[in-house]
Design a protein around this ligand. Structure first.
Ligand SMILES: C[S@@+](CC[C@H](N)C(=O)[O-])C[C@H]1O[C@@H](n2cnc3c(N)ncnc32)[C@H](O)[C@@H]1O
Ligand code: SF4
Ligand code: SF4
Length: 467
C-alpha cells in the first residue's frame, strides 16, 4: 500500500471535549484525557474515515507524507486512532466544548430531594422533602446543555436517586450524550425492576462506573441505629444481588461501601473489614461525618471524633499493612482521607502545595441540586450561583462569583498559613469554617494524629509524599 492511501480513523470511545481554549480527547471507557495543543484538533477531526494521507497532504501542503505519518503514529500508539488502508463511510466524531477555561469536567447531580429513608445523620436535614420531582424532560434538556458545555462526567446522587421514576431514562440519556456516568450513590434498599433495567443497560454498554452503597455497620443493630429498622437486611440483600449480577455478567462496574463511623460501630473495624471483603466487594471508605443537617441535631447520640476512634483506626491500618506485607490481597480502604490502601500500592501519598486551589480534586466540578441550582459542591447548599433550568450551565459555571471561590488558593486561607500540617491537610473544607479564610477546626485535631501516628507507619513502609 502506498503511504498516500493510509487512512487515520478515530477509535471507538474517543470524543472531543474540554474548552475551545484547550480541547481534550476523552476516552469514555478508560477515562484517559489528552490535551490537544495547537492545530492538533484539526488533524484529529480529519480522522473520520473519509480522508487518506493524500487528502490530508492537499489540505496541509506544508507537511510531507512522512511528517503526517509520524504525527498520526503517535496517536496510533496511544490507541486513539487506527491507520487503515482504505477509506470507509464517514464516522461521527462527537465534538462539544465549552467556550473558555476552566473546563467544567464533572457535574455532581442530585436528581431528587425524595428519599425512602430519613437517616439520623443525613446532611440534607429538612431539605429532604417529599415533593414533586423535576420532570424528566427538564433534566434531559439540562444534560444536553452539560454535553454542549463539554462536560465529561456526571455523578448521580440525591436524596435517593433510585426513587426517581425515570432514572433509567436519565442514565440512558447521559450515555447517549457521550458523557461518562462516573458513579451512582445509593442507600441500597431498592432492588426493583427499574434498577435491573439500569444494570442491564450498564452491562450492555460496558460502562465502568462505581456504585457507592451506604452501609453504616456490619450488624443490623449498628446500621439500623441510624438508618431505621429493617434497612440492614435490605442493603445486604441489595449488595449480594448486585455482586451476583456483576459476576454473572462479568460486568466492569465496581461496588464500594460508604460508611459513617458512629458511636455504635467504631469498635471492631477489622471484623467489619472481613464482613465487606467476604461479600466480594471492591472497597470500603468511611468518615466520622460532617456535622450538618440531621447530624447536627443528633450529634450527642451519634458523632464520634477521629480522636475517639484513634486506637481502632490504627489497629485497622496496622492490620492492612501486615496483610499487604505478607503479599495477601487487600481490599481498597480509605479511612477519613487520612489513610488509603492506594498509598500502599502506589507507594505515594499526595500532599498539598500552597499554590494549589482549595478543594483541588474538585476544581473542575460543581454540583446541581434537586431544584437545578448550581452549587460549589454538594454540601454547600445555601449558596446558589444560578439555575440550570433558567440558564446554560456554562454561563453559571463561568460566573465571577463561582470562579472566585473555585480559584481561591490554599495560601489565601489566612488562619492556616503558619500551620505545620498545611501540606497534609490542604486547609480542609471551606464549608466547615467560620468564614472562608478561617481554619477547618473540625479536622485540625485529625492531623496531629496523622503526623504522630500515621506518618511513621507510612514512612516505615517506604511511602513517599508528593505533590
Ligand atoms: C446524601 S447520601 C445520598 C445517597 C443515598 N441516599 C445514600 O444514603 O447513600 C450520600 C452519602 O452521604 C452520606 N452522608 C449523609 N449525611 C452525612 C453526614 N452528615 N456526614 C457524612 N456523610 C454523610 C451518606 O451516608 C451517603 O453515604
Ligand atoms: S443519607 Fe441517603 S438514605 Fe439517608 S436520608 Fe440521606 S439521602 Fe436518604
Ligand atoms: S490542620 Fe487546621 S489549621 Fe492546619 S491547615 Fe488544616 S485546617 Fe488549617
Amino acid at each position: 500500500m502506498s503511504i498516500k492511501q493510509k487512512v487515520p480513523v478515530l477509535n471507538d470511545g474517543w470524543v472531543i471535549k474540554g474548552t475551545k481554549e484547550i480541547p481534550r480527547l476523552v476516552n469514555l471507557k478508560t477515562t484517559k484525557i489528552i490535551n490537544l495543543t495547537g492545530e492538533t484538533l484539526d488533524y484529529i477531526l480529519l480522522c473520520d474515515g473519509t480522508n487518506d494521507y493524500l487528502d490530508i497532504e492537499q489540505k496541509y501542503p506544508q507537511f510531507d507524507y512522512e511528517t503526517i505519518d509520524s504525527f498520526y503514529k503517535q496517536f496510533e500508539e496511544e490507541n486513539v486512532i487506527s491507520i487503515i488502508n482504505k477509506k470507509i463511510s464517514k464516522i461521527n466524531i462527537d465534538i462539544a466544548m465549552g467556550t473558555k477555561e476552566p473546563w467544567l469536567k464533572e457535574v455532581h447531580l442530585d436528581i431528587t430531594n425524595n428519599c425512602n429513608l430519613r437517616c439520623r445523620h443525613c446532611f440534607w436535614g429538612e431539605n429532604l422533602k417529599k415533593e414533586e420531582n423535576i420532570p424528566y424532560e427538564k433534566w434531559e434538556k439540562a444534560i444536553d446543555d452539560m454535553h454542549n458545555s463539554g462536560v465529561a462526567r456526571i455523578v448521580l446522587s440525591g436524596g435517593e436517586a433510585l426513587t426517581y421514576k425515570e432514572l433509567y431514562e436519565i442514565v440512558k440519556h447521559i450515555y447517549d450524550c457521550n458523557i461518562m456516568l462516573a458513579s451512582i450513590f445509593t442507600n441500597g434498599t431498592i432492588y426493583n425492576e427499574q434498577f435491573k433495567k439500569i444494570l442491564d443497560f450498564i452491562v450492555e454498554k460496558n460502562m465502568r462506573m462505581v456504585f457507592y452503597v451506604s452501609l453504616d455497620g456490619f450488624t443490623a443493630q449498628q446500621h439500623d441505629f441510624i438508618r431505621g429498622k429493617g434497612n440492614f437486611d435490605k442493603t445486604i440483600y441489595f449488595l449480594k444481588e448486585l455482586k451476583k449480577y456483576k459476576d454473572a455478567n462479568n460486568a466492569e462496574f465496581k461496588i464500594i461501601v460508604n460508611s459513617l463511623i458512629h458511636k455504635q460501630n467504631y469498635k471492631d473495624l477489622i471484623s467489619w473489614y472481613y464482613f465487606i471483603d467476604d461479600l466480594g466487594l471492591y472497597g470500603w471508605r468511611f468518615t466520622t461525618g460532617r456535622v450538618s443537617g440531621f447530624l447536627k441535631c443528633n450529634v450527642d447520640k451519634i458523632k464520634v471524633s477521629v480522636h475517639d476512634c484513634e486506637e481502632e483506626f490504627l489497629k485497622l491500618i496496622n492490620f492492612l499493612i501486615d496483610k499487604y506485607k505478607k503479599g495477601e490481597n487487600i481490599m481498597y480502604v480509605n479511612i477519613e482521607n487520612l489513610f488509603s490502601t492506594k498509598a500502599l500500592k502506589d507507594k505515594v501519598m499526595y500532599i498539598f502545595d500552597e499554590n494549589l486551589n482549595i478543594c483541588d480534586y474538585k476544581y473542575n466540578a460543581c454540583s446541581v441540586d434537586p431544584h437545578g441550582n448550581v452549587q460549589f459542591c454538594t454540601g454547600w447548599q445555601n449558596i446558589k450561583y444560578g439555575n440550570v433550568f433558567k440558564e446554560n450551565i456554562e454561563n453559571i459555571w463561568l460566573s465571577p462569583e463561582l470562579q472566585k471561590l473555585k480559584n481561591m488558593k490554599i495560601k489565601e486561607i489566612k488562619d492556616c498559613q503558619d500551620c505545620r500540617y498545611l501540606k497534609y491537610c490542604g486547609g480542609g473544607c471551606r464549608l466547615e469554617c467560620k468564614n472562608i479564610y478561617a481554619k477547618d477546626e473540625t479536622i485540625c485535631a485529625n492531623f496531629k494524629i496523622f503526623e504522630e501516628k500515621i506518618i511513621p507507619l507510612l514512612k516505615a513502609n517506604n511511602i513517599r509524599f508528593d505533590i
